[in-house]
Design a protein around this ligand. Structure first.
Ligand SMILES: *[C@@H]1O[C@H](CO)[C@@H](O)[C@H](O)[C@H]1NC(C)=O
Ligand SMILES: *[C@@H]1O[C@H](CO)[C@@H](O)[C@H](O)[C@H]1NC(C)=O
Ligand SMILES: *[C@@H]1O[C@H](CO)[C@@H](O)[C@H](O)[C@H]1NC(C)=O
Ligand SMILES: *[C@@H]1O[C@H](CO)[C@@H](O)[C@H](O)[C@H]1NC(C)=O
Ligand SMILES: *[C@@H]1O[C@H](CO)[C@@H](O)[C@H](O)[C@H]1NC(C)=O
Ligand SMILES: CC(=O)N[C@H]1CO[C@H](CO)[C@@H](O)[C@@H]1O
Length: 801
């Protein structure tokens, strides 16, 4: 295998990536830029534009909008997908037959539907000789030539969802998409508003930070916002935003509000596609109104709605209509009725607004009684963090869940949901710190709670009883779990986590004949369960634990569940055999994709690399933080990051450090054997210091850097290809690159300059901070936040399409 050598020390001259060649539009010259009164175009000629701007940047004419429906719009000629930048008849398409756009003899631009009704007109005309032109700015202009082409009407005054460079957004103009609007509020601040059928609220600038906290002002009454060609949007309320490709010459840009409530700036690339260069909302779920009443938004890895526990969708096809409770809510406010209710915790979840009151420095119990005493209280949010903040809520809107949120919401539900069952666990997901018999905490990870509570609500308390008993058994370290208990346990977990017999696994793997790979912890074989499910079966070597301890660890593994972690389906513990059964991940490990592929076409694209970096960070953050810092991976490297068919990352082999021996010490875990892989191991390993989660942060930093440069760090050599570089020299070189502000010399050449410089720079900066001395390294949560903040390439959520 040939190793490509990236010479970090020899910083090469920058390769220009911002000079995107512009497409020329042959044949456009035959179409008019300006028309006199008496011109028209039928929708049946929709292959033809009505007008094209002099330099052919913009065209206008009919754009299809579904079956046999058309809009009259202006679009960028060079864009592959004709994205309308202005539309005459938004929301009111005309028929695909007979409809016409005409600039009539009286000087009025009018859109007439098949049945002869006028759908829209420019309300211009009279007896003057007017003309209509499409300008190079994208402005469709009706002008009077006799007065030096003074505008009589222009599309720039009637924006739809898009602002073009040189077009102004002002007091009486707003950008609208569905229920969302970008507009100047009466206090002079540019805001984003959700104006839905049930509720209306503004969500940008962030209301928790406020106008001034967001760097805005409400003192400037001019209320003007302008986008310029270089990619700067300036607003009179002191908002200034810059495109990530700021200043790139000749780039065609637009600023558009979209159906998902976000505002994005786009640049047209050479291939005729659009690249997001700025987005108003960094967290897609912070947009209001996405999932409706009692709905919860989750962004992991793309936007997804679900109902709060005990609720179901009102309309299966429309999340905006939200969810309704499946239980009877309070009808009167008698004390006896209030006693009917209890609370169910939904961890890491917030619902914005609709507070009925606010109390601080109260206990959770006080907060419960405050909510019980208010008839209209349907839930409360409680934040521990030393303040004891209690916010009873009257309505649940704008819900979102984020693994890092410190808040929990407690839903008021009828007590019969738990009448004779054991209490729902008092805390969120807890990977029992020390595997001991602590509180039986059984709340599944956040992304499964809806499923979990749906079962609880529908089937009643039976499962809870099973689960609790099973857990009681497990936590008693009883290795002989009766099968009915196992069944209940499986059901409750919403998974198939189970104990397998050795014979089952032997059969499933055809007597361990197809080896998928091997590492320090054992050999992995391909297996097939129930003739259908492909799994990976790992025969563990080096397991030093007694059966009881192994059981306890398995109990923890069974609860680890995150989209970016390889799922563990079960295990086998029989005699000296110790096996783990994993989800099979189709697309091999990251190293196979990243290294040794000299074929340019096969190299991972930038967006894929960034997605993998973010996903792996989320998986590790989950292990470190959601599990009370219990699970340290200890062997983060590209070989342990598996990729799905869609190239989503899943971390494998976590938790094995623990199985292969440990000594708990007060500050960190002292592992009896050194684990990890040379090149990815933090320096404290070598120094024999106790290790903590920061060893994973170090290794992650190395992997992150390797994703940027496309080769192994341990293979880096000096410019003449001579000796290997030491880590110290590499960080030195990286610091120079960061200081120079240009990352091009560093990024994998196979990408041919097709990468996002801002993301690449952020990745290198994070990587550098991961290589710092232990206490200075960021946490995985910090890294997730930093990466998410530059993840502008949000796909549009599928359900809104
Ligand atoms: C208000 O904003 C406009 C446009 O950004 C700017 O030209 C003007 O100087 C501002 N006025 C004040 C008083 O800051
Ligand atoms: C055009 O739109 C289709 C469907 O919306 C999408 O799959 C495709 O990627 C788009 N093409 C470009 C160049 O944006
Ligand atoms: C309130 O409702 C409860 C049960 O829903 C009922 O038993 C009680 O009689 C009601 N009280 C009044 C005053 O209506
Ligand atoms: C909560 O606040 C309200 C009003 O601020 C007050 O009347 C009430 O006593 C407080 N409750 C507790 C338990 O502190
Ligand atoms: C370990 O378990 C014991 C016994 O339940 C408990 O008191 C202790 O707090 C646990 N330790 C940690 C760090 O959770
Ligand atoms: C309303 C109600 O009965 N809630 C009960 C749920 O279960 C726990 C534990 O048994 C009780 O403490 C609650 O009162």
């Amino acid at each position: 295998m040939m190793t490509r050598v990236v010479t970090l020390l020899a910083l090469l001259p920058l390769i220009s990536l911002d000079l995107l060649p512009l497409r020329c539009c042959a044949g456009a010259a035959s179409v008019a830029h300006t028309l006199r009164a008496g011109s028209s175009l039928s929708v049946e000629d929709h292959g033809l534009p009505f007008l094209v701007s002099p330099d052919a940047t913009f065209s206008c004419g009919f754009l299809p909008a579904g079956d046999n429906a058309f809009y009259f719009s202006v679009w960028f000629t060079a864009a592959k997908n004709r994205t309308a930048v202005w539309t005459a008849n938004p929301g009111a398409p005309v028929n695909g037959r007979i409809s016409r756009i005409s600039f009539g003899a009286e000087g009025k631009l009018a859109l007439v539907d098949a049945d002869g009704t006028s759908v829209w007109d420019s309300k211009t005309g009279g007896n003057k000789q007017l003309t209509i032109s499409l300008l190079d700015t994208g402005n469709l202009l009706v002008a009077d030539p006799s007065t030096g082409r003074a505008p009589v009407w222009q599309s720039f005054d009637w924006p739809t969802d898009t602002l073009l460079p040189s077009q102004t957004l002002s007091k009486n103009k707003k950008l609208v998409a569905g229920y969302y609007a970008l507009y100047y509020d009466s206090d002079n601040v540019l805001r984003l508003l959700y104006d839905g059928p049930e509720i209306a609220s503004t969500y940008w600038p962030d209301r928790d930070i406020g106008v001034f906290g967001s760097g805005r002002t409400n003192y400037n009454t001019s209320r003007i916002g302008v986008l310029d060609d270089t990619g700067v949007f300036l607003s009179s309320d002191k908002l200034r935003v810059e495109a990530s490709d700021l200043g790139a010459a000749g780039v065609k840009r637009r600023l558009t509000i979209e159906q998902d409530g976000n505002v994005r700036m786009y640049s047209l690339d050479a291939a005729g596609g659009w690249t997001v260069t700025w987005a108003a909302m960094k967290q897609p779920c912070s947009v209001h109104g996405l999932c409706g009443k009692n709905g919860v938004c989750e962004y992991q890895p793309s936007l997804r709605c679900s109902c709060a526990p005990g609720h179901e969708m009102v309309d299966r096809h429309d999340w905006r209509k939200g969810c309704q409770p499946m239980f009877s809510t309070a009808t009167n406010c008698s004390a006896s009725e209030q006693q009917r209710f209890a609370f169910v915790e939904v961890a890491s979840t917030e619902f914005y607004g609709y507070d009925l009151g606010y109390n601080s420095s109260v206990t959770l119990e006080d907060c419960k009684s405050i909510c019980l005493s208010m008839c209209s209280c349907v839930a409360f949010s409680y934040k521990m963090n030393g303040l004891g903040q209690c916010l009873p809520k009257g309505v649940l809107f704008n819900g979102y869940t984020s693994p890092t949120s410190p808040e929990s919401i407690y839903l008021k539900v009828p007590g019969e949901l738990n009448a004779s069952a054991p209490p729902p666990p008092p805390e969120g997901l807890v990977c029992n710190h020390n595997g001991s018999a602590g509180g039986a905490t059984i709340v599944p990870p956040p992304q499964y709670w809806s499923y979990f509570f749906a079962i609880a609500a529908v089937l009643g308390f039976l499962e809870l009883l099973f689960i609790a008993t099973a857990w009681w058994f497990l936590s008693r370290q009883n290795s002989a779990i009766p099968s009915s208990m196992e069944a209940g346990y499986r059901l409750g977990m919403g998974t198939h986590f189970k104990r397998f017999t050795y014979r089952e696994l032997k059969n499933a793997t055809g007597n361990f004949n197809e080896e998928l790979g091997h590492g320090g912890s054992g050999v992995v074989y391909r297996g097939v369960l129930d003739k259908t499910t492909v799994v990976a079966v790992k025969k563990l070597t080096n397991v030093v634990q007694a059966d009881e301890e192994f059981w306890a660890e398995m109990a923890v593994f069974g609860r680890i569940n995150h989209i970016n972690l390889v799922r563990i389906w079960g295990f086998c513990l029989e005699g000296k055999h110790r096996l783990l059964v994993y989800e099979y991940v189709e697309n091999e490990s990251l190293d196979r994709h990243l290294f040794g592929q000299d074929d340019i076409d096969k190299a991972l694209a930038w967006s894929e690399r960034f997605k993998i970096a973010l996903g792996a960070a989320r998986g590790l953050a989950y292990l470190h933080h959601e599990c009370l810092e219990w699970v340290i991976h200890c062997d983060v490297k590209p070989e342990n990051i598996l990729l799905t068919r869609d190239l989503d990352p899943k971390i494998s082999d976590f938790g094995l450090a623990k199985l292969s021996g440990r000594n708990d010490v007060s500050n960190g875990v002292q592992l009896s054997h050194m684990r990890g892989t040379a090149g990815y191991m933090a320096p404290e390993w070598a120094l024999g210091l106790p290790v903590d989660a920061k060893v994973d942060v170090y290794s992650y930093g190395i992997v992150l850097l390797e994703m940027v440069i496309g080769s192994r760090i341990s293979d880096q050599t000096t410019a003449d290809g001579g000796e290997r570089l030491e880590m110290r020299q590499i960080t030195q070189a990286l610091k120079q690159v960061v200081a120079s502000g240009s990352i091009v010399s560093l990024v994998d050449r196979r990408l041919n300059g097709q990468f996002n410089p801002r993301q690449a720079m952020e990745m290198v900066k994070i990587s550098l901070s991961c290589m710092e001395e232990r206490t200075n390294r960021p946490t995985m949560n910090d890294i997730c936040k930093a990466l998410t903040a530059c993840d502008y390439e949000d796909e549009h959520p599928a359900y809104l399409a």
